[in-house]
Ligand binder design. Structure first.
Ligand SMILES: Cc1cc2nc3c(=O)[nH]c(=O)nc-3n(C[C@H](O)[C@H](O)[C@H](O)COP(=O)(O)OP(=O)(O)OC[C@H]3O[C@@H](n4cnc5c(N)ncnc54)[C@H](O)[C@@H]3O)c2cc1C
Length: 395
């Protein structure tokens, strides 16, 4: 090889960060080791499956959102903080914040999704999404203000009865206790449409125990500062609320929309089974922005589990491509699903195992601990989880 290959990874989430870390670990000849640049608009990675725990203060933000500089220390991977504003596929360059230019030989796009709030009148200004660290802080701040007010009841409406809506509802209900009046609004006939029967039943029990109200077959028509319009069987009902949380929808980023690459009806990038985009073998796409199928041709869901598994293949295939070896087709392995259902409780089903309550809570924590990026971070967080209860007991 004559010159060092430059690999640019746009987006440092489950797809991008783990691809970068895996690439670093692969067996490169010293002189061939590529220059790897990771670009993210934020300064830290977010382990989103544990974001709910911030609401109940079961976890601190440093545990689930380590700075990229820390995670990438001693790897040689270059981190650039900034929003990628343009990707020029012809001249193979990426523009960061409309100014800095990064040239690449291989590009990985993994910019994830965003929650669309512009579909329903008033949602953009009056509802808070639940996707980022900033969203979680906004919700905590709002809950704190409501808790400090002299309200008898705190009414929270959560839009969406999928995993996010249900998990968030249980955590909010546990945080608010007696004062909380939490409801989930969903247009479907049941919650957790894609979950296993076991997890759905366990979740329904958890919702019932917390007296969380379910508005099924209900559409949100309008969100205002202190009320929400719900449509059930053609009838509009206006309900007073103190807080509206929005968990539905997954839209690709504007950057992806602008790319001159083949996309699905939902705007997702179409990819080959090697995770390369169509008609451009030097560009890989993974995670929530890519339409990926399993061996039977079913579209895989937008989950961390999928992005995490893809990152392994993506790194390997870039290595193989540079080293003139055959590329591997991505094979997804469904490992089951887990849900947090309030403080110290969860539900887990997969690989022939079904657990609920505190046992599932412990298993979920341990599995996620193992999935955190870098051994150093896993050890620091694991040690904190062991020592924290002791510190609380002694203080
Ligand atoms: C609250 C919550 C809970 C979840 N729980 C689970 C769960 O329990 N299990 C599960 O499997 N999945 C879960 N998911 C889904 C999972 O988090 C996503 O599927 C996964 O993060 C997708 O990975 P990704 O790399 O595609 O995107 P992300 O992890 O979202 O990463 C995208 C990154 O790109 C960066 N970015 C975006 N645009 C730009 C730009 N223009 N320039 C630079 N950087 C950019 C973002 O800052 C971000 O860091 C959850 C999601 C949420 C929001």
């Amino acid at each position: 090889m004559t010159k060092k290959q430059r690999i640019c990874i746009v987006g440092g989430g489950f797809g991008g960060l783990y691809t970068a870390l895996r690439l670093h670990e692969l067996p490169w000849e010293i002189e061939d080791k590529p220059e790897i640049t990771l670009i993210d608009k934020g300064d830290r990675f977010l382990f989103s499956p544990l974001l709910y725990e911030l609401i109940t203060e079961e976890i601190q933000s440093w545990e689930i959102a380590p700075p990229f500089e820390e995670v990438l220390a001693h790897t040689g991977i270059i981190f650039r903080q900034g929003a990628v504003t343009n990707i020029d596929l012809d001249s193979k360059q990426v523009t960061v914040d409309n100014s800095l230019t990064v040239h690449y030989d291989k590009l990985v796009i993994s910019t994830g999704g965003k929650t669309p709030l512009d579909k329903v009148s008033g949602a953009l200004t009056n509802a808070i999404p639940f996707r980022s660290l900033k969203d979680a802080y906004r919700i905590i701040e709002k809950l704190r203000l409501l808790e400090d007010s002299n309200l008898d009841k705190i009414r929270v409406a959560i839009v969406g009865g999928g995993y996010s809506g249900v998990e968030l509802a249980c955590k909010v209900a546990d945080r608010l206790g007696e004062k909380g009046r939490v409801r989930i609004i969903d247009r479907g006939t049941q919650i957790l449409d894609h979950a296993t029967d076991f997890n759905r039943k366990t979740a329904l029990k958890a919702l019932e125990e917390r007296q969380i109200w379910l508005d099924l077959e209900t559409e949100v028509a309008k969100v205002e500062a202190e009320e929400i319009d719900l449509v059930y069987k053609g009838q509009v009902d206006t309900i007073p609320v103190d807080l509206v949380l929005w968990t539905v929808g997954n839209q690709v980023s504007t950057l992806t929309e602008q790319l001159n690459l083949e996309k699905s009806d939902r705007g997702l990038l179409k990819i080959q089974n090697t995770l390369q985009v169509l008609d451009n073998d030097d560009v890989y796409a993974l995670g929530d922005i890519a339409e990926c199928r399993d061996e039977e041709g079913n579209i895989l869901p937008a989950t961390a589990q999928v992005a995490f598994q893809q990152s392994d293949y993506c790194a390997w295939n870039i290595w193989a491509q540079i080293n003139h070896k055959p590329l591997l087709p991505f094979r997804y392995q469904a490992l089951g699903e887990m849900m947090a259902l309030g403080v110290d409780s969860a539900s887990l089903s997969g690989l022939g195992l079904q657990l609920d309550g505190s046992l599932a809570y412990i298993a979920r924590r341990l599995i996620y601990l193992y999935r955190l990026p870098t051994l150093k971070h896993q050890l620091t967080v694991g040690l904190n989880w062991i020592t924290q209860p002791l510190v609380e007991l002694l203080s």
